[in-house]
Ligand binder design. Structure first.
Ligand code: AP5
Length: 215
């Protein structure tokens, strides 16, 4: 069992690889982006509060996301937690360390997915997901076998995210470089950082992550 962080800019492939780990190793994916999108559609006060911030591509407050993660850490971790899109600031990283210590858990690896900005634009603009089961597709690199039909669950409900456009992506990248990329040095200094080539084929990225987990 291992608890890991997948760290990388928007479109690095965090969600894609997290879903593989859930299927292959029964790990539990904790995506703060998914949790916030759920809150948005559920119409709660918090959901309304974060909707505009997310659509612009900015980070929501540390307090909100730390609260969301704290709730989830209390549940069974199955084959281990995959933190996907969390932490994104030094304050969140410190809070995660505290929460794990309090719940008697350890963080095993922080896997940095290295990519370049040009590839990210193409990945984000081409992304769509199944609204029913959450499977992630891409117009070019991972289309559905039958146009408009999910390969996994057969749903026709395909969705594109409100923040998957060039303007919001510029802000998301800026937020990543200003607030999240310092975590690379933070985890390197703690001896927990591993890196994989996020530009490789999806299967090759998956194999590189598996090697780290099986060390
Ligand atoms: P979040 O949902 O976390 O989005 P993100 O970090 O911007 O990451 P993405 O989901 O866009 O990309 P990904 O790395 O998962 O890539 P994917 O696998 O889908 O956050 C959204 C917003 O919520 C934030 O902007 C912020 O407002 C808020 N938020 C969330 N967490 C927060 C926090 N902790 N603090 C504050 N605010 C927070 O892949 C992308 C595409 O590329 C797909 O189409 C896929 O098929 C394709 N692809 C993937 N891998 C490959 C490959 N190897 N080769 C070719 N194509 C590939």
């Amino acid at each position: 069992m291992a608890n890991i962080i997948l760290l990388g800019p928007p479109g690095a492939g965090k969600g894609t690889q997290a879903k593989r780990l859930v299927d292959e190793r029964a790990m539990v994916q904790l995506s703060t982006g998914d949790m916030l999108r759920e809150a948005k559609t559920s119409g709660t006060e918090m959901g309304k509060l974060v909707a505009d911030v997310m659509a612009r591509g900015q980070l929501v407050t540390d307090e909100i996301v730390i609260g969301l993660i704290a709730e989830k850490l209390a549940v069974d971790s199955g084959g281990g937690f995959i933190f996907d899109g969390f932490p994104r600031t030094l304050k969140q990283a410190d809070a995660l360390a505290d929460l794990m210590a309090r719940t008697g858990q350890t963080l095993d690896s922080v896997i940095e997915m290295q990519v370049d900005d040009a590839a990210l634009v193409a990945r984000i603009i081409g992304r769509f997901t199944c609204g029913a089961c959450g499977e992630v597709y891409h117009d070019v690199t991972r289309p559905t076998q039958v146009a408009g039909t999910c390969d996994v669950c057969g749903s026709h409900d395909m969705k594109r995210r409100a923040d998957d456009n060039e303007d919001a992506l510029k802000t998301r990248l800026m937020e990543y470089y200003k607030k999240t990329s310092p975590l690379i040095g933070y985890y390197y200094a703690k001896g927990q950082l591993e890196s994989v080539d996020g530009l490789a084929e999806m299967d090759a990225v998956g194999e590189a992550i598996a090697k780290i987990l099986d060390k």
